[in-house]
Write a protein that binds this ligand. Structure first.
Ligand SMILES: Cc1cc2nc3c(=O)[nH]c(=O)nc-3n(C[C@H](O)[C@H](O)[C@H](O)COP(=O)(O)O)c2cc1C
Length: 172
């Protein structure tokens, strides 16, 4: 079986839920969470506003990688994996600033990347932005998972559809 790495950023848990489901169903080799060095604070609306400013200015926050199983900070070596699934919430129609930092840290040429996004109904141009950021890499089996439109944790996309997508990763 191909060695799969799941890397994700998640502010309120939706993207994390999908990342963990991949790990459970696919038996991912490793799940790594992206954390911002400076946590987001304030109300949801404060963060939505801050996110808008960050996306519009192209801000790339300092990040660290945390192994989801051990909770320990890790160095990420992409060469150890055959498939890299990258999960992000949608922030102002693109990927979250923390994922922007992550994408510009590595050379994606020749890698197999599976991008997935969670969102509240406005998917934006996340996948086109992944394509730009990943340069010469073909994106495989991209997928989006809709949650409720108020920033909550109710999943709208059916779990069956999510699991069918995860199963499809075996055919890459
Ligand atoms: C700063 C910010 C911007 C957002 N922008 C969008 C958007 O453009 N389109 C959309 O459908 N949802 C948007 N949302 C909602 C999130 O994408 C959605 O709730 C997502 O599932 C959250 O994932 P998480 O729980 O992993 O953080 C935004 C949320 C935040 C905090």
């Amino acid at each position: 079986m191909a060695r799969l790495l799941v890397v994700y950023y998640s502010l309120s848990g939706n993207t994390e839920r999908i990342a963990k489901r991949i790990a459970e169903k696919y038996d991912a080799e490793r799940v790594v969470k992206i954390e911002t060095a400076t946590p987001y604070t304030g109300s949801y609306n404060d963060i939505v506003d801050q996110g808008q400013r960050e996306v519009e200015s192209g801000f790339q926050p300092e990040i660290r990688f945390v192994d989801a199983a051990s909770g320990k900070e890790v160095n990420l070596i992409l060469d150890d994996f055959d498939i890299i699934a990258i999960g992000t919430p949608t922030w102002w129609y693109t990927y979250a600033p923390a994922v922007s930092t992550f994408l510009q840290m590595f050379d994606w040429n020749g890698r197999t990347v599976v991008p997935f996004q969670t969102h509240g109904g406005w998917k934006g141009h996340v996948m086109a932005d992944f394509k730009k950021a990943c340069g010469g890499t073909a994106l495989r089996n991209k997928f989006d998972i809709q949650f409720d439109s108020t920033g909550g944790n109710t999943q709208i996309t059916s779990q069956i559809d999510v699991d069918v997508w995860i199963k499809s990763l075996n055919n890459i």
